[in-house]
Design a protein around this ligand. Structure first.
Ligand code: F42
Length: 319
């Protein structure tokens, strides 16, 4: 199955247009990123609910810090109603850098995500919630079941996703990352007495497709630079990126020196941190990912050098 990510750095109506294209191209899920500095994810999802008719859609991912989780339950239930039962909820611990700018402290992310998922499930089932500081919170309208996907990279978050999620959104593009992550998700499911096959494993991947290999790779470089700058050391080591190389990239981003970035990000890095290239090249990477146990490929930024053309190309030559 294929999904696609849109970043509401663009206006909602523009994303609505792209979303319809994606639906027509054969994508089955649409994920809208959630960061305070972009357009609001739920306003965007409301527009998408009206402009599409088959795709499932939801935030990918929201978090328990910037929105009270009862509001998240109400928001996603509203999207479910507007879309005729097509809502999906992606939730994760959130993005540390934007929290700092908002003055939000990132305390106990694992516990917060766990409590959020369990509470949101209870609220969506119209239960009265009296735990986690809530005092009798209850939704005043009904909704049918909304699948909850957990955004996870770290081992404990991956295990939690296996234990309580309907799916997991793993921000990675290379088979080695999934060979590490998937057994942990499955172990989390087994420990919780669940069938590991029930959990959807999504590769939330940086993706860049074009008939011209070089154009596709070039378009991925900026996104790959940001991924490397934000990756923990164990992930960099897994892909043979030295501390010095990562530091150089981090410094170029901080200076806004995008000219240097194009030289700092090597083709090997593009291979490790994105799915980029011609449709054939992307397809063979997708086959490798499916062999590790991935069940959904989420086509993430940049999508390609020309988003509209790449969506059509992915539909025609990959999906
Ligand atoms: N973040 C956003 O803010 N917006 C987005 O739109 C977004 C999209 C997105 C899509 C897919 C995806 O996979 C991630 C995405 N993210 C987005 C990022 C996401 O919110 C997380 O930042 C990302 O998934 C990283 O999470 P992580 O799994 O690495 O978890 C962190 C918190 C971590 O360190 N986890 C550790 C682990 O092993 O999993 C565990 C930490 C731990 O145990 N903490 C203890 C606890 O109780 O929480 C406390 C420890 C102590 O000493 O206090």
């Amino acid at each position: 199955m294929f999904g696609i990510e849109f970043v509401p750095a663009d206006p909602a109506l523009k994303i609505g247009y792209m979303a319809k294209l994606a639906e027509d191209a054969g994508f089955e899920t649409i994920w809208i990123t959630d960061h305070y500095n972009n357009r609001d994810a739920y306003s965007t999802l409301a527009i998408l609910s009206l402009l599409t008719s088959r795709v499932k859609l939801g935030p990918g991912v929201t978090n328990p810090y910037t929105r009270n989780i009862a509001i998240t339950a109400s928001s996603i239930a509203s999207i479910n109603e507007l879309s005729g039962g097509r809502a999906i909820l992606g939730i994760g611990p959130g993005d540390k850098a934007t929290f700092e700018a908002m003055g939000i402290e990132w305390d106990k992310p694992l516990t917060r995500v766990k409590d959020a998922v369990l509470t949101i499930k209870a609220l969506l089932a119209r239960a009265r919630v009296d735990q986690g500081g809530f005092k009798g919170a209850q939704l005043a309208f009904s909704t049918n079941k909304i699948p909850i996907y957990i955004g996870a990279q770290g081992p404990k978050m991956l295990e939690l996703a296996g234990a309580i999620g309907d799916g997991v959104l793993i921000n990675a593009s290379h088979p080695e990352d999934f060979k590490f992550a998937i057994p942990i998700v499955k172990q989390g499911a087994e420990k919780a007495g669940r069938d590991p096959k029930e959990i959807e494993i999504c590769a939330y991947a940086s993706f860049s497709a074009d008939r011209d290999l070089e154009k596709a790779e070039k378009a991925a470089k900026i996104v790959v630079a940001f991924i490397i700058a934000g990756s923990p050391n164990n992930v960099l080591e897994r892909h043979g990126v030295s501390q010095d190389e990562a530091k150089k990239i981090y410094t170029s981003i901080a200076k806004g020196d995008f000219g240097s970035l194009m030289a700092d990000v090597t083709l090997k890095m593009v291979e490790s941190f994105s799915i980029s290239g011609t449709p054939d090249k992307c397809s063979s990477r997708i086959t490798e990912l499916v062999q590790t146990g991935v069940t959904q490929i989420v086509v993430g930024s940049p999508i390609g050098p020309d988003k509209e053309r790449s969506i059509k190309l992915i539909g025609k030559s990959i999906i």
